[in-house]
Design a protein around this ligand. Structure first.
Ligand SMILES: Nc1nc2c(ncn2[C@@H]2O[C@H](COP(=O)(O)OP(=O)(O)O)[C@@H](O)[C@H]2O)c(=O)[nH]1
Ligand SMILES: [Mg+2]
Ligand SMILES: [Zn+2]
Length: 352
């Protein structure tokens, strides 16, 4: 049996509503993608949870991601997708040179990190760049506080990234503790949980929603090793609250298309860099380098500076390889077309 939620609680609002034509307004059904499996999509409408009936010729289906809003025909088949408010993407993992969709229409991202050896300021900054680029609000959620001797030690380090940054410390297993996250989970809002594997994302989804929909680490290792479908990206609704988007751990989050996001996260350093004597300053040993001067005066954390330039280099590399691949695909397309054309010309010739 599925629980029924009003459209507004599924995340529907004026931004989507105003995209409808008059005909669509009267005849079409809005539906939100809550999970995407190899051969089918799961959606939520005002009627509850259902499967999306896919007809051939719906190429748009491939582009759909969890969080997307679509319109259904009166017979329940796919009509069209609606424009997104925000979109999270990353470079696909490994040598694969392509962009991978993560989620759409997310208001807030919980950048989830455990208070143990997983904790990494560099990784938090990497996620912050991604979230800033997507146009969502970021909250750093530090989990496993109950297993940590000195949570404040970590809290201060995160605050040092940016005093305006929102940071919360929780025991993800304890509803009383996770209630500090409630303000971001109000009805109609969508929160994506990002972070490495094992930090407590699925545990947070279960505790915040008051259900046990998601398998968590211990359950997985005990009896559910093979069942990866339940750990894939999926949207979960909190009774009387918002939508939570669980994601599988990202072992390797590579940034691409995030240049502005990176600059935003390191705006203190990028502002300083404009004051260097040389416009092509590499901020290493050049005379008149404002960045090195601030580091030497202990006004700037050398780790932050290092991470900023590392992310910039990585981003430039990924952007270049993506551009190269696109150029290759284009010339390959031209090649196929020319071959087709030649075959066509020859066939034509045969008739004479
Ligand atoms: N003690 C404690 N255990 C936690 C906390 N958060 C998660 N865990 C445990 O850590 C393991 C991994 O959690 P899980 O939610 O599956 O991580 P995910 O991979 O990020 O979804 C599970 O065994 C959880 O019970 C926490 O705040 N405190
Ligand atoms: Mg999980
Ligand atoms: Zn410089």
């Amino acid at each position: 049996m599925t629980t029924i939620y009003p459209l507004s609680q599924l995340g529907w609002n004026a931004f989507f509503q105003q995209q409808l034509t008059l005909d669509e307004y009267t005849a079409a059904t809005p539906a939100r993608i809550i999970a995407k499996h190899r051969s089918q999509l799961e959606i939520y409408t005002e009627q509850g949870r259902q499967k999306l009936i896919v007809t051939p010729h719906t190429a748009e289906i491939n582009d759909l991601m969890v969080g997307d809003w679509v319109l259904l025909q009166p017979d329940g088949t796919f009509h069209r997708m609606l424009e997104r408010r925000s979109r999270f993407t990353r470079k696909a993992a490994g040598k694969n040179t392509s962009i991978q969709n993560i989620a759409a229409n997310v208001d807030t991202a919980f950048i989830t990190t455990a208070l143990n050896q997983d904790f990494s300021l560099n990784r938090i900054e990497r996620y912050l760049a991604l979230v800033s680029e997507a146009g969502a609000d970021a909250v750093v959620v530090l989990t496993k506080a109950d297993l940590c001797d000195n949570p404040d030690h970590y809290l201060h380090q995160v605050r040092a990234i940016d005093p305006m940054l929102m940071v919360e410390v929780v025991n993800a297993l304890d509803p009383e503790s996770t209630s500090v996250l409630d303000p971001w989970c109000s009805p109609g809002s969508t929160v994506a949980l990002l972070g490495s594997s094992g930090v407590g994302k699925s545990t947070l989804v279960n505790t915040l929603s008051g259900k046990q929909d998601q398998l968590t680490g211990s359950a997985r290792s005990a009896d559910d090793k093979g069942r990866h479908t339940t750990t894939a990206r999926s949207l979960h609704f909190i009774p009387d609250g918002g939508a939570l988007l669980d994601t599988p751990g990202m072992r390797e989050l590579q940034l691409v298309g995030c240049e502005a996001g990176i600059d935003q996260v390191f705006s203190d350093i990028s502002a300083l860099a404009t004051q260097c004597r040389y416009s092509d300053c590499q901020h290493q040993t050049e005379p008149g380098c404002a960045v090195q001067k601030a580091v030497n005066a202990s006004e700037l954390d050398p780790r932050r500076v290092e991470n900023y330039f590392k992310l910039q280099r990585e981003h430039a590399f990924n952007a270049a390889s993506l551009a190269e691949k696109r150029a290759k695909d284009r010339s390959l397309g031209r090649f196929y077309r020319s071959v087709k054309n030649e075959v066509f010309q020859r066939k034509k010739g045969d008739h004479y």
